[in-house]
Each structure stands twice: as structure tokens, then as C-alpha cells.
Design a protein around this ligand. Sequence first.
Ligand code: SAM
Length: 280
Amino acid sequence: MSPIDDLPPLREVIRRHELAAKKSLGQNFLLDLNLTARIARAGGRLEGVTVVEVGPGPGGLTRALLAEGAKRVVAIEKDSRALGALAEIAARYPGRLDVIEGDALEVDMAALAGEGPARVIANLPYNIATPLLTGWVAADRWPPWWDGLTLMFQREVAERIAAKPGDEAYGRLAVLCGWRCETSIAFDVNPQAFTPPPKVTSSVVRLTPREAPLPCAVRDLEAVTQAAFGQRRKMLRQSLKSLGDAAALLAEAGIEPTRRAEEIPVDGFVALANALGARR
Ligand code: SAM
């Protein structure tokens, strides 16, 4: 008997449903239900919460989310081979698991999540992990439909999400995520925990939406961070030239023209974005 439920061990599920991992779908499965339970718990208390899971695969994390008490799990999976395994989990937890066959980049997750508190908890396919994240964090509607994101990324991406000014990994992604969310790395997961093992260490990242992020337009913030970090070692008076009168923008934002992108905190970029937006 597996540690969290009375369903068969994941190895057996994978064998029976012929779920040999496909690289093209970013499939690296977690078979240890104690580890998936740890990831589910990193998402906070799940009672009364609808969890949206991207890429349930054979369902190791799905099972943990249900065993940890999620009111409902909406699982979006592109690989139709996984549907049989997921149907067995749905039967074990009647009315609590909705499986959507489709591409997570295309479905309307807010609509699928419905009313009430909702959260995203997922071991993301690495090939679409960053576009999914930016879709959630850069959404027009804020506060968003979710009250937290608990996501597995390659360690290198996790560092770029949670980086602070002065960190080597500080860049466009950290500014965007730090603007709208509190970010942190919860823990690392070593390659051997996955089947097949990826080449690099992974990390679970948590993002909690800020209720009132400093106002600015996403496209202006993206424009200033793209220019600034495109030439990250240069002084801003140089790197922001592509946006027009760099000196005036910096003066308006109250930033010394000799500073470099990597030293500027999120509120500095927001001030620059607003200075740029005022000229459009
Ligand atoms: N959650 C499972 C686990 O932890 O063992 C599987 C995680 S695996 C890293 C990523 C999963 O995302 C796979 O099941 C894969 O088929 C699925 N996937 C890949 N691209 C997808 C997409 N565009 N939309 C939805 N699911 C996708």
C-alpha cells in the first residue's frame, strides 16, 4: 500500500497504462508519494481550495493534492495516454477531480477554477514553464484568480524568479515576479527523484500575489527591463537609450544615470516604466 492512499504504486500505474515518458512533452515523473505530499503541503492548507494542476501525468502529485484535502483538483493534461490513470484517481475521489485534456497554454484556467479560493500547484513541463508563469504573473486582471502558485522549475529558473537586486540571477523575470508577488524557493529536488532523471536539480518555488502592487503597465515594465537587462553591465544612461531620452527617463524616475540594471530594485523599474508610459 502506498503511503498516502490505497491506489496502486505509481510504477505499476505507469506500466499498466504504458506511460513511458516522452521528452517532447517535458515528462519527468515523480513516483515518490511522500515527495509529492511535501510539494502539495508547500502549497499551504488545501481544505476548501480548488487546485489547478498543469500536467498531472500518471497522477503522483494529483493524488497528494487530493489526499491533503483539496476541495477539488482541476488537472490539465495534454497527453491522452494519461487519461486512464487519472480516471482511476477520479473514481477514488468522487466529484473532486476534473481532468481536462488540452494544452495548458490555451485553456481558460480562471473559468475552470470557478468560484472560491483557487491555487496552482504543479510539477511543470519544463518546455512551457516560463510562458505559463509569465501568463499568470503578468495577467491584466489583478488581484488574480489564484491566491498562490507552488511550482516546480529547473533550479536555474527558480533562482531567476526569486532573485533579489545584486544577485547574479536578478533580471527581467525577477522584476516581473517581484513586482506582483512575494517569491521564495521552498526546497530543492534532486534529479534522482524523477523518472527519467533530468540533467539538473529542480526547485519548488512559491509565489504569493501582492494585494496592491505598485501601479504600472505590464508592457512598460517589460520594455524598461528588456532594455536595461539587455545590456546589464552597462550604465542605465547607456542601456536605456533605445527607449528615447534615457537621461530624462532616469531623472523622472529619480535614478542615478550611472547605476546598472542589476542594482535597481523593483520600485525603481516601476518608476521607470511609469516615466516611459507617460510619454506614450
Ligand atoms: N505531475 C506529474 C508528476 O509530477 O509526476 C508529471 C509532471 S511532468 C514534469 C509534466 C507533465 O505536463 C506531463 O504529464 C506532460 O504530459 C504534461 N504536459 C506537457 N505539455 C503540456 C501542455 N502544454 N499542457 C498540459 N500538460 C502538458
